[in-house]
Structures are given as C-alpha cells and as structure tokens.
Design a protein around this ligand. Sequence first.
Ligand SMILES: Cc1ncc(COP(=O)(O)O)c(C=O)c1O
Length: 377
Amino acid sequence: MTEDWLKERVWPHFSLVMKREEIYLANHSLGRPPDLAGHDVASGIGAWYQDMDGAWKWWLVAMNWFRENTAKLIGGDYVVPKTSAGQGLRAVLNALPLDTINVVTTTEEFDSIDFILRAYEERGRAKVNWVPPSRGFLFDTADLLAAIDETTDLVVISMVIYSTGQIIDDMAQIIRKVHSVDALVLVDVYHAAGVIPIDMFSLSADFMIGGSYKYLRGGPGACWLAVHPRNMDLKTLDTGWFAKEDPMSFQRASDAPRGDAWLESTPAILPFYQSRAGLQFTLDLGVPRIREHSLMQQSMLRDAFRENGVECFEPDDPHTFGAFSLVPCDDAAGAVKCLKEAGVNVDSRGDKIRFSPDVLNSEDELKEAARITGNIL
Ligand SMILES: Cc1ncc(COP(=O)(O)O)c(C=O)c1O
C-alpha cells in the first residue's frame, strides 16, 4: 500500500472526515469513519419509515452480517452483539456457577474492565489477583503464568495493553496454562481488532471481547463478546428473549430452551449499520496489510521524532507493540492540550502521549507532527 495508491483508492472514501484541518493521530482512540457510515445508518432508519415492523427482517440481516463478519475478523464463529466490551465481560462473569469467582488479571486492563472487576470484588462476587508489570511499565509473561494456579476460575487479559501498546507475548502459552488448571480465559482484543491479526480458534481462547470504535472505524455501540463453541452450555444470567429457542412463540417458561444461547434482550440495531462500512473496509484491506503499514508508519514517526529531538519510547522489537507509539512526558495531559492547539490531535495515558498513524495519514503529516511535538516539548 503506497501513499499514491491509498490517495487514489482509499482516501476518497473518507472525504467527509478528511475535511478536518488537523493532523489526526488519535486513531487508536476513535477511528475515522468512512463516508458510507452515515448512508448506512440512514438506510437502517429508512427501513423503519418504509416497512415499520417489516423492518425487523432487514435489521436482523444487518445483525447477522455484523456477527458473521466480526467472527471472520477474529477467526471465531459465535459472536454476540453487545453495546460495550464491559457488557461482554459481565455476561461471562454472570455465566460462572460460583458464589465467588477467582479471577487473575493485570493492573493495566482498560478502565471499564478494571472497574467492573473491582465492583464484583467489592460485592464479594470475585476475588481478584491483580498482576502488575515488572519490567518497568511492561508485563512479563512469567508473572502471569505464576499467578495462574489450581484456584483460578477465570483469567481476564488484554491482547494489547491499552496504555502502552505492549502485546502480551505468548498468549498461547498463557491460555495453555489456564486450561491446564481447568480455568477459562477471556481475552480483551479491543486494542488489537482491526490492526493485529487475531485467530481465536488457534489460540483456543474461551471468550473474546472487543468493539468497533477504534481501529474498526465503526463508532461507539457496536461491541461484541465471542464465545468458543465449547462454552455454549454455560448459561449466562445476562439473558433475554432473543436467547430463547423460539423467541416469537411468546411462551413463558423459566427453563425455556436456549436457541441462540448467548443473545439477550432486544438488540440495539443502528450500531450494526453504523459499523458496517468500517468493518467491510478492514476486511477488504486485510488486517495483515494494515499491520504492515502501521509498523512502517510508526518506524517513520520514530525517525522523525529523533530528527526533532523528541525522546520517544524505542521498543526492542516493534512487532511486540500494537498500533500506537509512545512519547513519555511528565505533563502528558498538558502537552496533549498544546499539541491539539497546534493542530496535532493525540491523547495521553498517565505520563505517556499516544500517537497512532493510520492509512489516512501522509508521510508529510507524520514529519510535521514530529516537528510540532519537538517545538512543544
Ligand atoms: C482494551 C480496551 N477494552 C475495552 C475498552 C472499552 O470498554 P467498554 O466498551 O466497556 O467501555 C477499551 C476502550 O478504550 C479498551 O481500550
């Protein structure tokens, strides 16, 4: 994917968002939407105007498309739509038939996941072993392996750490350890989906959670829980009539047989439309190609930082980090404010500024962003 090719074949599909006069490098936070996203949402509403209750036929087609194509993206086969990733975690916690769930997780799960686990812990519904990073801000797989033992029921772990971009290495080994003690594992792939190739089946992950508002360019609300087929018999309390074998029969029974077992109440429909073009775009371009391009851009950005005297974090192996680069800074939030005023849109977590180029950024933009960052810092 050369810049000329992207300019000709890709950028015209993002004409609305590319009108903005700024260098947008917060693609890891809120992805840029294709022009088609607005048309797709209008078509979801159009079905309602036109067909009223007949719209359900089209809405369910849109839902199934979302489920099937998300499954394709992550190499799984059963995807449950959710409006947040946290909902996916709760559905799993509420499926385990235990009074208190022994959870192993890290201290760097995204706030939503962290907060939910703390809420369960506070109520005595979970006992959580929080594993901290031990190589500076980086996690060591050995610490995670050591924390998982015969008492563990569930491991909750990000594939890519949201604050640093570290890819947890040897996830397959962690998952083998989880299974060797008869526990289950939920992998949060929100910071990987759409930028790092994922294969749920070859990893043998029990559950994955993720969503569309970052690299998948689908906006908030289009999230999901993927369930490995071997866990279909677990009955989550997060259920509702869409999980019944025959929802339209309106038969009452507390032990109604489950059909599409992990579905719950009436789903939010418009997120399926809003996220469709972004997901299709990602699948068309192909995650391996997107990853290759992202690594190339990040290397270019780090070169430009060096040329401008900016001390960025230099990974030993860039392949072990996700789709954004870090610039450590004591007042990262203050620097982000100045960068935004100067036309460079980025964000920060703790004492690190996060820069995430994507296929819509030119080489000139990366050089200019590094120059402005050099001036500000
Ligand atoms: C790793 C990770 N998980 C989950 C989320 C979002 O969680 P939720 O959809 O529950 O708000 C984010 C959002 O930034 C994230 O980075």
